[in-house]
Design a protein around this ligand. Structure first.
Ligand SMILES: C[S@@+](CC[C@H](N)C(=O)[O-])C[C@H]1O[C@@H](n2cnc3c(N)ncnc32)[C@H](O)[C@@H]1O
Length: 258
């Protein structure tokens, strides 16, 4: 099995890159449309214990790089326990959310870089103590993506990606299969000569039904079809005047301390 090739072709087919491609939407517009992403993550307890685990490695003098920081699920809390944090993301919208949260929390040690990782040279960033990428492996060449983030980090690397298929509802509403998970990353890294540690984090949570509908703005299924699917899979809990949906997420933290 060629893990890199498999990853490169699958990620285009199974991630939001497929939506960008099919609908002709820019990365920035996609995230603007998903402006409730933070709220959704909070329901699921993300980054929760993964963040706690990463935090155990960080010292106050450390410089961190968060590749694909988004609205700062990791970047904002990690900036509070480190010397400096570089938040890199190509989406000005995502970075603007992070900036306003950082301002509100009086975090002035974040450096913002509005770029794709592939457009940053190894030497532009210089060396950092730790590099991190969480659910941001959206480039054509995973090998170069990983190689560069390993190169720039002197103390260690943290990677976060799903363990398993993810929510089967996602496959249903978009009619595609999540064929890659953290094991692909693990195998690519070991072919590169790096054996990462792996820890799995599972979170069971409930989402209000309207929120589930909103979570899939580009769904090819109607709300009725989604309701029936959830019902048939015993995932609906009837409350007095609304429904909750049973959900689970499984994340893998891959880390290497140099
Ligand atoms: C699913 S969000 C994850 C955000 C955050 N890391 C987290 O775990 O919540 C993915 C982020 O990756 C960013 N992204 C997409 N392509 C990227 C690239 N080529 N380089 C760096 N970041 C990228 C997106 O703009 C988005 O903010």
């Amino acid at each position: 099995m060629n893990w890199s090739e498999e990853w490169n072709s699958s990620i285009k087919e199974s991630s939001y890159l497929k939506i960008l491609n099919e609908k002709g939407i820019s990365n920035n517009d996609f995230w603007k449309n998903l402006d409730y992403y933070d709220e959704l993550m909070k329901y699921s307890g993300y980054p929760g214990k993964i963040l706690d685990r990463i935090s155990t490695f960080i010292f106050p003098e450390d410089i961190l790089l968060d590749i694909g920081s988004g609205a700062g699920a990791f970047a904002l809390p990690l900036s509070k326990i480190s010397n400096k944090l570089i938040a890199l993301d190509p989406s000005p919208y995502q970075l603007s959310i992070l900036k306003s949260k950082a301002e509100a929390d009086k975090c002035d040690n974040i450096l913002y870089i509005e770029k794709e990782w592939k457009n940053v040279s190894k030497y532009e960033i210089g060396h950092v103590d730790y590099s991190l990428a969480a659910y941001s492996f959206f480039e054509d060449d995973i090998y170069s993506f990983l190689e560069k983030l390993i190169y720039v980090a002197t103390k260690g690397i943290f990677l976060v990606f799903r363990a398993g298929r993810g929510d089967p509802l996602r496959e249903y509403v978009y009619n595609n299969k999540n064929s890659v998970d953290f094991l692909h990353l693990y195998n690519i890294l070991s072919e590169m000569g790096y054996i990462f540690n792996v820890e799995i984090f599972t979170s069971d949570y409930k989402l209000p039904l309207p929120f589930v509908y909103r979570s899939y703005p580009y769904s090819i299924k109607t709300e009725d079809e989604i309701f029936n699917y959830l019902n048939e899979n015993n995932r609906l809990i009837k409350k007095q005047n609304f429904y909750e949906v049973l959900c689970q997420r499984k994340d893998a933290l891959l880390y290497l301390i140099k």
